[in-house]
Design a binder for this molecule. Structure first.
Ligand code: SAM
Length: 280
């Protein structure tokens, strides 16, 4: 593996902050990450943000097929050249923003395993999108800035528990995989990175419409997180909840209306959504 700093310099390119470009510069770390995913020759992978191929190449040596999604068109020829050098023919490179990609169309009849060293500036957006598209995803292994990873896995009751934690924990069992220090990247980030594994639940508690309501209830509840639920939820979501309605729904769900969003478990958010559903 040519060091990304050298490769970029030779091609008169630079790592773009706006695209969250911190490339893996340590092949041992890349191999370790791929080993931890447990992919096999039967696995179809979608990789988010392939960059110069640090993960794409070790993934493609194992998986049956890899769709490598990369937004930065400057990197595509370098990625394709690296794949050619390695004689890897099971990779489809797509030069597109992953946020607008039709993930369902990639899955065909077999669910995907999603892997990515994510651009840190849109990591949350990507995760929300994967939750929306999870019917075609088996599991995901994603690298985040450590602080964001801690928020994703945070249990209720503390300041780290957020809208993202509640939505993700509703949709998947989330496990810590590894922490990677700044020295493994070029350019070096200022903070540690954490890899998390998301195993999406196969059974669903809600249909699509109810799920939309659940996500809106969570959004509204966290919209003013220092306030009690009865005040926070008013006007905080798309559904434009009114105060009397919120108080009634909280009562029906058996939730004290002076509690704050960060104290509610996912099960309580589900109960509240059922109550909202019945009340409306
Ligand atoms: N996988 C490579 C590695 O580990 O060395 C690169 C990881 S780097 C942290 C994130 C990559 O995501 C960059 O190559 C960047 O250009 C790409 N990227 C940024 N925004 C993207 C988007 N919206 N869709 C797809 N790729 C994106």
């Amino acid at each position: 593996m040519v060091h990304p700093g050298q490769l970029l310099k030779e091609n008169k390119l630079y790592a773009g902050k706006e695209l969250g470009q911190n490339f893996l510069a340590n092949p041992g770390t890349a191999r370790m990450i791929v080993e931890k995913t447990g992919i096999s020759e039967q696995t179809r992978v979608m990789e988010i943000g392939s960059g110069l191929g640090a993960l794409t190449i070790p993934i493609a040596r194992i998986a049956s097929h890899v769709t490598a999604v990369e937004k930065d068109s400057r990197l595509i020829p370098l990625l394709q050249k690296a794949l050619e050098t390695e004689a890897l023919e099971n990779v489809t490179v797509i030069n597109q923003d992953v946020l607008t990609l039709d993930i369902n169309a990639l899955a065909k009849d077999k669910k995907l395993v999603v892997i990515g060293n994510l651009p840190y500036n849109i990591s949350s957006q990507i995760l929300f999108r994967l939750v929306e598209e999870r019917h075609c995803i088996e599991e995901a292994f994603l690298m985040f800035q450590k602080e964001l990873a801690n928020r994703i896995i945070a249990p209720p009751g503390g300041r780290a528990y957020s809208r993202l934690s509640a939505v993700v924990q509703y949709a998947a069992a989330v496990h810590f995989v590894a922490t990677i220090g700044p020295a493994s990247f070029f350019p070096r980030p200022e903070v540690d990175s954490t890899i998390l594994n998301f195993k999406f639940y196969k059974t669903r508690s809600f249909n699509q419409e109810q799920e939309k309501m659940l996500f809106d209830v969570i959004k509204a509840a966290f919209s003013k997180r220092r306030k009690s639920l009865k005040n926070a939820m008013v006007g905080g979501g798309e559904f434009d909840f009114k105060k009397d309605f919120v108080v009634q729904a909280l009562e029906l769900a058996g939730i004290d209306d002076t509690r704050r969003a960060e104290t509610l478990t996912v099960e309580e958010f589900k109960a509240l959504t059922r109550a909202v559903w019945e009340t409306s």
